[in-house]
Design a protein around this ligand. Structure first.
Ligand code: ZN
Length: 377
């Protein structure tokens, strides 16, 4: 019998749930294994209460117990709790214009499976693309069976505008997708999981992966360079998604008024000079034009939001040649640059950051509400 099925008043249950979340958070954030006594001291709970919460987290498979280090003094050394590396895991999937990807992240945040396939997805239509994506997902789930991990839920990264309440892709201009119900199409093809799949913007998920990888980051702009160009905006280590979830469409900021036609219908958007198609154009100034346009669009974001760091991700991560012109544009266009230059760095996560971020978002959901997972152990 699980504690969730014990008849206790609702208020008492919610206090227990928030105490359980607090205890779990301490174990997740601690650099070393946490003993039950340390858990009690850090939370102000009694030893008995903290011990009961530790037992509940263990029973739910959310933490594991590790042996104490060799005793350096007399007395019985305590075992410590660490996040479990078996049990539940998050599945991240990515549809992009020139690749599909899948990855699995466990409760410790480690990537346990990663695969991507190159291939132009334009003109294929959502059905065949999502069928291929589901095949990657099922392959990932089958691979996990031997490792003691099970998929808790999936999140799908797409290069477009997503309605956050329903997961519908309203528009992905470079895939030519309009109003695609990814959840309805994908759910019957995915491994059965306790959580329904979520859908989000690829640059937002990639920014989440960047956050998880670097605890020193606080306020930054993550710019994802693919065929399209997207951004994730992070304030105080939280993703800013805007009032309807559509913030970060930096690819459609005008950088060359009256310039080339964009897939969105406007002219001179950043994507038309700094998307991969433009970057790969065999003209001698393609990289210079891309870097300058990118820098101008980023400068506008920095002037608006006072972000101190820019992370260049996606294909930009492998293009050191863009950095100099981005920096030059930031020096010219950011009004505060003379006092505090904006740090520009390239992401170390490679091309699958969005899939990693999507998987991480599933894991974060488990981290935030451990009580919901007790009955599912
Ligand atoms: Zn556009």
């Amino acid at each position: 019998m699980t504690s969730a099925s014990v008849r206790v008043p609702a208020r008492q249950q919610s206090i227990r749930a928030s105490n359980l979340a607090l205890a779990y958070r301490l174990v997740l954030d601690a650099p070393t294994p946490v003993s039950r006594a340390a858990l009690a001291a850090a939370t102000g709970m009694t030893r008995a209460t903290a011990g009961a919460l530790a037992d509940a987290l263990l029973a739910a498979g959310l933490v594991a117990e590790v042996a104490p280090p060799p005793a350096s003094s007399a007395g019985r050394p305590a075992t410590g709790l660490v996040p479990a590396s078996t049990g539940w895991a998050g599945l991240g999937l990515e549809v992009n214009v020139d690749h599909l990807a899948a990855c699995v992240v466990d409760l410790t945040g480690a990537v346990r499976h990663q695969v991507s396939i190159e291939g132009d997805q334009r003109g294929r239509g959502p059905g065949p693309v999502l069928a291929d994506l589901a095949e990657l997902a099922n392959r990932a789930a089958a691979d996990l069976a031997a490792t003691g991990l099970h998929v808790a839920g999936a999140a799908v990264a797409v290069p477009g505008l997503v309605r956050s309440t329903s997961g519908r892709v309203l528009r992905a201009p470079n895939l030519d997708w309009q109003d695609v119900d990814v959840v309805a199409d994908l759910t019957p093809r995915l491994p059965v999981t306790p959580l329904a799949p979520a859908v989000g913007n690829e640059a937002d998920y990639a920014a989440l992966a960047e956050l998880a990888a670097d605890r020193g980051l606080r306020d930054f702009l993550y710019v994802s360079g693919e065929i399209g160009v997207g951004a994730g905006v992070v304030f105080d280590r939280r993703l800013f998604t805007g009032s309807r979830g559509w913030a970060g469409e930096i690819g459609h900021v005008t950088v060359e008024p009256g310039g080339d036609a964009c897939r969105c219908g406007a002219r001179g958007c950043l994507e038309t000079v700094a998307g991969l198609d433009a970057l790969r154009a065999p003209t001698p100034d393609a990289a210079v034009r891309a870097g300058a346009g990118l820098g101008r669009a980023i400068a506008a974001a920095v002037n608006l939001y006072d972000l101190d760091t820019v992370v260049l991700g996606g294909a930009y991560a492998g293009r050191p040649d863009l950095e100099e012109s981005v920096r030059a544009a930031l020096t010219e266009h950011v009004v505060s640059a003379g006092w505090a230059p904006v740090a520009v760095r390239r992401s170390g996560l490679g091309g699958t950051a969005a899939a990693v971020g999507a998987a991480t978002s599933v894991v974060h959901g488990i981290h935030a509400d451990p009580a919901a997972w007790e009955a599912r152990a």
